[in-house]
Design a protein around this ligand. Sequence first.
Ligand SMILES: [Zn+2]
Ligand SMILES: [Zn+2]
Length: 270
Amino acid sequence: MPLDVVFYGTRGSISAPHEDILRYGSLTSCVVIKSGDRSVVIDAGFGIGFYSDHLANKMGNFHVLISHFHWDHIQGLNYFGPVHHPKSTNNFYSPFKVEQLQEVMDIYFDGSYGPFNGWEALNSKFEFHKLTGDIKINGFTVSMIPLNHTDPCYAYKISDGNSSVVYASDHEAINNQVNRDFIDWAKGCDILIHDAMYEDNEYEHKIGWGHSTFDMACENARKIEAKKLLLTHHEPLRSDKDLDRIESELKKKYPGLDLVCAQQVITYSS
Ligand SMILES: [Zn+2]
Ligand SMILES: [Zn+2]
């Protein structure tokens, strides 16, 4: 059975619902990896609310991996329907200490940003998990490695034993040890989801901001020998027209790469 990847949030930094960006998607980071009826969710930007709008059933066990705690990767937590469902268990995973993950929830749900009395007062069950090495989550093998970002941030590799998907959002792919280790670790994956926030002329002003150019992502995909490259964490105001143009330029420049700029709600399969 193939691994399926569906984006519900493709934007970096802030959601930007302009009419000319709706095809690629306006909501902040959230990706779902599926195999049959099993799934894991990565990141909880506003896209996670859009994902739960698609869920026929909001009760059950849900598994959400968090890459890091920047706002665009956690701001949708309250809009994830299962956190309000009395018969759901929401498992949150990260390589950070459980106390740190809980503290993020404490701040998010402390009543400052909505009518909450703490995550413990929500109807659903919360479980927090610290990831330490390869671990089985909902039948998938999950592993992780640090990325080159402004704050600690992790890539995830999700495998079902046949195929693998690597998620590397918020990564500035410069030639340093972190990126070299990432390339070795991701080698040969079937699908590479990679940060591609900037065009070269934009990057000149944003060196050290923790994000890659389209070319950096393509070069990494080439070195990794990824079978498919999905470019994401789109710059907030990048239009559908511009992403179409960039995608077609990249396809000409990297004919050996099977690449697309990720669009929301389309299923990409391994
Ligand atoms: Zn981000
Ligand atoms: Zn970030």
